[in-house]
Ligand binder design. Structure first.
Ligand SMILES: Cc1cc2nc3c(=O)[nH]c(=O)nc-3n(C[C@H](O)[C@H](O)[C@H](O)COP(=O)(O)OP(=O)(O)OC[C@H]3O[C@@H](n4cnc5c(N)ncnc54)[C@H](O)[C@@H]3O)c2cc1C
Length: 334
């Protein structure tokens, strides 16, 4: 059965799996035991906001399409690294249909999880082993954080982590993206959102004046593919030294990761090539590759360096005056 709730309350009361764009879910539903009833959010009101709040936060409704956010002029101006990550993922077709919340909550693309024949042994499908660990894990983790060695597929999750983003969950309130994903040690889940919970919005803190940011991905073909490694770098320079730094990594672990050693290597230093190089190498701190993923550790260095260099090559974010006086993008209907 499929239902089309018109309110968030109706969606919460309905029984079944939530469907937004369906670009991930529909494929997953072909797996044994993953069918069942659907709660389609197509007609659900209250999931489409797009505005700056009074405090200067950017609020993006859960159902907003990826393409719209990646190409939104205000998002590009205030959060260039975020817009770049969002606007370049997957394919134009997927970005037109896929939603912001659906991207955060998509499940792993690990080929053992997705295989009808072997998937029932997988931790994430209720089994008790990780076939990838002893099998073909060429595209899997190089930060070995738990029994499962899949990599988290969400580019937007990685970008939100770099921006200390938060999600709004109906009836339970805000949840930090860092908390949503956790530390990767629980092999059974891809995220910690409770069953049946409805994400209503994604929230980014106010943009920082003078911030440089950029996103870069290393990918095995020119386009239409998940990245091998991806990174988002944000830096603010004050009086010639780096005063704030955030570096996030995707494609390397069962959850998106921050790279605290890279951030520490940047803080208080002048943004010189040697400093960026040291930070990029520091981003591998804690890496524990599998036999087939050693190449990713080297890719982390190059990917972070490229993101940092691109960030500094880009003009910093200019705010009109203060964060609470930002021009607000017009409310638009879905
Ligand atoms: C070739 C290809 C390349 C790709 N490359 C990338 C890439 O590089 N980076 C990347 O991030 N992704 C990539 N993707 C994946 C794509 O981005 C996702 O399929 C898409 O973002 C999912 O969004 P959706 O709205 O269709 O989600 P759905 O398929 O509808 O749902 C996904 C999950 O989210 C849950 N959900 C959806 N909305 C809500 C809500 N409001 N509250 C609670 N739960 C909800 C659903 O229950 C489901 O479990 C790629 C896909 C393809 C086919």
């Amino acid at each position: 059965m499929i239902v089309f709730p018109t309110t968030i309350e109706e969606a919460l009361a309905a029984t079944g799996t939530l469907r937004a764009g369906g670009t991930e879910l529909q494929e997953r539903r072909r797996l044994p035991g993953m069918g069942g009833d659907l709660v389609d959010l197509r007609d659900t009101a209250g999931l489409d906001e797009l505005r700056f709040s009074e405090g200067g936060e950017l609020r993006i409704g859960a159902k907003r399409r990826i393409a719209e956010i990646g190409g939104h002029p205000e998002v590009k101006a205030k959060y260039p690294g975020f817009a770049e990550a969002v606007g370049g993922l997957a394919t134009p077709q997927i970005r037109e249909v896929g939603t912001m919340a659906g991207n955060l909550l998509q499940r792993t693309r690990c080929w053992y999880f997705r295989a009808p024949e072997t998937g029932d042994r997988c931790f994430k499908r209720g089994g008790n082993e990780c076939s990838a660990r002893g099998g073909d894990h060429l595209y899997h983790a190089c930060f070995d954080l738990g029994p499962c060695v899949s990599v988290h597929p969400s580019t937007i999750g990685m970008a939100m982590l770099a921006y200390d983003g938060v999600i709004e969950v109906a009836s339970s309130g805000p949840m930090a993206v860092a908390e949503l994903y956790g530390d990767g040690s629980n092999p059974r889940v891809d995220h910690g959102l409770p069953e049946g919970a409805v994400v209503t919005a994604l929230v980014l803190p106010p943009p920082r004046t003078g911030e440089h940011s950029a996103y870069f991905r290393a990918i095995s073909r020119a386009r239409s593919e998940w990245p091998l490694v991806e990174a988002l770098a944000r830096v603010v320079v004050e009086d010639g030294t780096i005063a704030q730094a955030s570096v996030a990594l995707g494609g390397v672990a069962p959850v998106p990761l921050r790279a605290p050693a890279a951030e520490a290597a940047l803080l208080g230093k002048a943004p010189e090539p040697s400093v960026l190089g040291e930070a990029a190498r520091a981003a591998t701190e804690g890496a524990a590759p599998l036999p087939m993923t050693r190449y990713k550790v080297e890719l982390v260095v190059g990917t972070v360096l490229e993101a940092l260099e691109r960030a500094f090559a880009r003009e910093p974010v200019e705010l009109a005056s203060s964060n609470d006086k930002l021009p607000r993008p017009a409310e638009t209907s879905p």
